[in-house]
Structure formats: structure tokens, C-alpha cells
Design a protein around this ligand. Structure first.
Ligand SMILES: O=C(O)[C@@H](CO)OP(=O)(O)O
Ligand SMILES: [Mn+2]
Ligand SMILES: [Mn+2]
Length: 568
């Protein structure tokens, strides 16, 4: 294949002092690898055997430093918002801080503008004549969705003539504490009762299940997960039927006879709520309106396809109701999926990837396993589902299916490291990027299993070491960073004192969520001129500052719309 010709619109000026490398730049994202403030037994990174990442700290402050990875620094509504992969990889790849979905939805809801936009106009007739269904993650995590936004959607729709409302709830336990599904169900039951009384509507919870087991698969890791959701939400079919949603989550959490441990909120089996007549209270029928109330894309793209596409072969839908369907946002701008949405998504334009592919014509290899492949490709490139051109190679290593990752904490790190080394050696990416994401600290961290997360971090450190050795051997450059914290704090703490919180029986209360901690960024490699070092006048730099830094490390000046480079 002939390489695409450079597009003048996307050209970058050569960097005044850093020459273009003739070997590859390795970029490693350690997903969920934060810098903890507590170096105690609950810091899995501190407990893990991490000689490589430890030794890199010696390069501080010239070649090792910390970056903000949460809150307004990555475009989230407030500095109480933990970072996440979407906003993290968006910022890293874009070199810009953009208002993210959560914030755009807040604004549209606060100003009531949402109700005047095309999305609601399209939905309204069906929402008024039929049933309005809302499907999404039920929590305050703020990573994929937020409870307060769901409530504003429900009340706003009721005020605008939607008389029959049904909520299909995915339980969380990942961005919020495990076990809180019960409280969220209680809260929603109460709020729906208030709504019924105040607005005279018929509002009820119709179905649900745990987010890792039902509906919220991503990057086509396992369509079976979406099928379970389809059956429960749309067809009203699930192995478990309850009349009371609170009882549903309580019962489904009960320890299984042999396993002993309660099922976690993330992994609850699907359920359907039935009425006294034993019929499901809210299957989705022709003429209904359906909204996905998650603002984040990755885990609702598959369900969106199942609703929207006439032709669909990922599973047997059995029934494909004719509904008016919308996302809270549009989840893929290129695929135009869904066609209708309540709030326009962030415009993430002129990213580092687009300049490198279109203007500089340098090659890129982006690789991770299924769980995170979209992070280093789709999110990195500003939510684009396809490579910019043939210079970009996206390589997915299939993830293990349907197991909690603490059962195999090494995940596919070995395969990813080997592929990375091969790409570095191959010569195919000389002058360009070899970009890898290691999911382990994050994916295993989310299970709340401290021992397994220690194993995960140890495994990843070994991979980084091998990769840096490979860069050493080929004479390249490298940058290692992370997208947000997770593994460095595995316990809930007293907010003021930082003391680990424990259950009545003394067991520590696991923290499954991301953190507000900063993340490291480190540069090096034999191909890097000795003079290259971090500047010291950007104490508040965040992930977005990595974008222009990468352009510099590839020998280019960053365009002026990007935030400042980290390099002196
Ligand atoms: O698993 C996910 O969907 C989120 C947590 O909700 O994690 P990450 O942002 O790291 O992908
Ligand atoms: Mn992440
Ligand atoms: Mn995560």
C-alpha cells in the first residue's frame, strides 16, 4: 500500500531543538496507575514489586513528574470528580481540555435548553403517546452517568407530557461502593413515588442487572452481555422476576450457596420487575420512546446499535420494536450513532493523532486488549471509530470473556508487551509512535481485590521494563504515563484523617473506584537529546499537556490551540 500524501492543512513545523527521531517513540499508558498519598498496605502499587517504575522516579524533576488527571483539569464538572479513561485518553490525545459529556449535560439540564433541542423534539410525540424508557447506569459515579441527571430527565419529561415512565437500571458498585445498589434502588423508588404523586404519572422501575454482566459491554468484548440486557429491558425476559426492585437487588446479591461471597453490584444477574398479574411492568413496545441516560459512549455503543440498526447480527433480537430512540449524547460522531441525541457531544477536533497521520505522515501503532483498545484509539483520537488513514494501525488483543479480572490479574499484559516489542523492532513505526495501554491496574483495581491488584501492578512493571529495554536496544525514545488513579488506593478512607474504614468485623472496606490522585509522566530513551527535560513553570499541568509533549518528542512543534508542552 502506498502511504497517503501529506495534507498541507495538517502540517506541523519542525521543533527548533528536538530533531525528528529515526526510531519509534514508545508511549505507554498504565491504566489506573496513580501516585498515592498513602504509602500503606492498601496502596497496591506501593505493595507491588515495581523496580522499574520506582527507578524512573529518580529522574525527577527533569524527566519524571506528576500530572493532574481529575476534575476540571480534564474537563469534568468539578474538582470532586475522579478521572476516568474517557476523559483521560481524550485529553492525552487531544492536547486540549474540552468540556466533557458530564458537564455539557449539566449545562443543558440546568438551563432547560435540553428540552428545546432537536433530540427531545424527536422523542416527545412517542414519549407522550407511548411509554418513555430510560436505560442506564444507576449511581452518582459521574463516570458514565449521574443520578441527579436521571432525575432531572424524569421530572422534565413528566412536566412535558410523558405520562408513562419506565427506568431500566444497571447497578454499579464500580464507580461507587459495592453494595450501594440497594440504596440507589430505594432512592429511585422514593423519587418515583414522589413523581407519581406530584405529576400524576405512572413511573416505575422495569428491569436491571449488574453493569459488567448486563448491557454495558464495550468494544465488543462480549455481546452476550448486551443480549442479556436486551432480553430484560426490551423483551421483559430474565431468569429472575421480582415485584419489588429493592428486593431484586437484595436477593441477587445474596451469597451463592457454594461461593460464599455476596454477588457484587457489578455482576448482578439480569432481572425483570413484574406486576401482581405476573407480567413484566415495562417491556419496550412499538411506539415507545427510549433514551439511554449515560453520557459516556463506550459501554452503550453496542446497545445503541441493537436499537438503531435494521440489519443486526450480533445476537437474535427476537423482537425489534419500532421506537423513537435517542442517547443522552451521540456516542459516535462518525458512525452517527445514535442518530438522535438530547445533548450535542463535545467537539474534540485537531488532535495530535490527526496532525501526525494527515500532515506529518508518521506511522502509529496503537495496541491494547479488548477492554481498553478503544481507549488508545477511539478516545485518543477524539472519539473517532476509525483510524485517520492507513498510517494508523489499531491492534486488539482479545480479552478474557466474562471473568472478574482478579481471577487473572496478568490479563493480556504479556501479549501486549510482546506485540509492543515486535512493533518497536519492526522498523515499520520508525519516526512514529508505538502506543500501548496496559489495563491491569485499573481493571483489577475495580474488583476491589487488593492481592490481585498487587499481582497486576507487578506484572505491568515487568512489561514496562522489557519495553524500555527494547527501546534502549533500538535507540528510540519513550514516554510512560497513566490516565487516572485506581490501584494506588484500594480502601475507603475517612475523608479527614485518611484512616482506612473497616466493617464491623474488622475487614477493610474496599475501594473499587478511580481516585482523584495525580499520575506520573516520565520520558527517556537513548534517542532523546540530553538537553530534553521538563520545564518547572507548570506545576498544575494535567494530562492534556502530554499531547503537545508527544508532538515535540516526535520532532514537531505543537500547534497553538493546544495547551503548553511539558518540555522546557
Ligand atoms: O470500566 C469503566 O467503564 C470505567 C469505570 O466506570 O473505567 P475506565 O474509565 O477506566 O474505563
Ligand atoms: Mn482508565
Ligand atoms: Mn476504570
Amino acid at each position: 500500500m502506498t502511504a497517503p500524501a501529506p495534507d498541507d492543512k495538517w502540517k506541523l513545523k519542525p521543533h527548533p531543538s528536538i530533531p525528528k527521531p529515526d526510531k519509534p517513540l514508545l508511549v505507554v499508558v498504565l491504566d489506573g496507575w496513580g501516585e498515592g498519598t498513602h504509602n500503606d498496605d492498601f496502596n497496591a502499587i506501593h505493595k507491588a514489586d515495581t523496580p522499574c517504575m520506582d527507578s524512573l522516579k529518580e529522574g525527577a524533576p527533569q524527566r519524571w513528574r506528576l500530572l493532574k488527571a481529575h476534575g476540571t483539569a480534564v474537563g469534568l464538572p468539578t474538582d470532586d470528580d475522579m478521572g476516568n479513561s474517557e476523559v483521560g485518553h481524550n485529553a492525552l490525545g487531544a492536547g486540549q481540555v474540552v468540556d466533557q459529556g458530564a458537564r455539557l449535560c449539566d449545562k443543558a439540564l440546568e438551563s432547560h435548553r435540553l428540552w428545546d433541542l432537536d433530540g427531545w423534539k424527536y422523542l416527545a410525540p412517542a414519549a407522550q403517546a407511548g411509554t418513555l424508557h430510560l436505560i442506564g447506569l444507576l449511581s452518582d459515579g459521574g463516570v458514565h452517568s449521574r443520578y441527579d441527571q436521571l432525575l432531572l430527565l424524569l421530572t422534565g419529561a413528566a412536566e412535558r407530557g410523558a405520562e408513562r415512565l419506565r427506568v431500566h437500571c444497571l447497578t454499579d458498585g464500580r464507580d461507587v461502593e459495592d453494595g450501594t445498589s440497594v440504596q440507589y434502588m430505594q432512592r429511585l423508588q422514593k423519587d418515583l413515588a414522589t413523581l407519581r404523586e406530584a405529576a400524576g404519572v405512572d413511573a416505575a422501575i422495569a428491569s436491571g442487572g449488574g453493569r459488567m454482566r448486563v448491557t454495558m459491554d464495550r468494544y465488543e468484548s462480549d455481546w452476550k452481555i448486551v443480549e442479556r440486557g436486551w432480553d430484560a429491558h426490551v423483551l421483559g425476559e430474565a431468569p429472575s422476576r421480582f415485584t419489588d426492585p429493592v428486593e431484586a437487588v437484595e436477593k441477587l446479591r445474596e451469597p451463592k450457596a457454594l461461593g460464599g461471597k455476596p454477588a457484587s453490584d457489578q455482576w448482578l444477574e439480569p432481572f425483570v420487575i413484574v406486576g401482581k398479574d405476573d407480567k413484566p411492568v415495562g417491556p419496550i413496545e412499538d411506539g415507545d420512546a427510549v433514551v439511554i441516560f449515560n453520557f459516556r459512549a463506550d459501554r452503550v455503543l453496542e446497545l445503541s446499535r441493537a436499537f438503531e440498526y435494521e440489519k443486526f447480527d450480533k445476537f437474535e433480537r427476537k423482537r425489534h420494536p419500532k421506537v423513537r430512540f435517542a442517547g443522552l449524547m451521540q456516542y459516535d460522531g462518525e458512525e452517527k450513532l445514535p442518530k438522535h441525541f438530547l445533548v450535542p457531544p463535545p467537539d474534540i477536533e485537531r488532535t495530535t493523532g490527526e496532525y501526525l497521520a494527515r500532515g506529518c505522515c508518521v506511522p502509529t501503532y496503537a495496541c491494547s486488549e479488548s477492554q481498553k483498545i478503544g481507549h488508545v484509539s477511539f478516545f485518543w483520537n477524539g472519539n473517532r471509530g476509525q483510524p485517520f488513514n492507513s498510517l494508523e494501525t489499531w491492534h486488539e488483543v482479545p480479552s478474557d470473556k466474562n471473568i472478574p479480572f482478579n481471577e487473572k490479574p496478568e490479563m493480556k499484559s504479556r501479549e501486549i508487551a510482546d506485540l509492543g516489542k515486535e512493533a518497536l523492532r519492526s522498523g515499520k513505526f520508525d519516526g512514529g509512535q508505538v502506543r500501548l495501554n496496559f489495563p491491569n491496574p485499573d481493571m483489577v483495581g475495580h474488583t476491589g481485590d487488593l492481592e490481585a491488584t498487587i499481582v497486576a501492578c507487578t506484572a505491568v512493571d515487568k512489561c514496562v521494563k522489557e519495553l524500555l529495554d527494547e527501546v534502549e536496544a533500538v535507540g528510540g525514545r519513550w514516554l510512560v504515563t497513566a490516565d487516572h488513579g485506581n490501584a494506588e488506593d484500594m480502601v475507603q478512607r475517612d475523608k479527614k484523617t485518611g484512616t482506612p474504614l473497616r466493617e464491623a468485623d474488622g475487614r477493610p472496606r474496599p475501594l473499587t473506584a478511580h481516585t482523584l490522585n495525580p499520575v506520573p509522566v516520565v520520558i527517556g530513551g537513548p534517542g532523546l537529546p540530553d538537553s530534553v527535560r521538563f520545564r518547572e513553570d507548570l506545576p498544575n499541568a494535567g494530562l492534556a499537556n502530554v499531547g503537545p509533549t508527544i508532538l515535540n518528542l516526535l520532532g514537531y512543534e505543537a500547534p497553538p490551540h493546544m495547551v503548553p508542552t511539558l518540555l522546557a
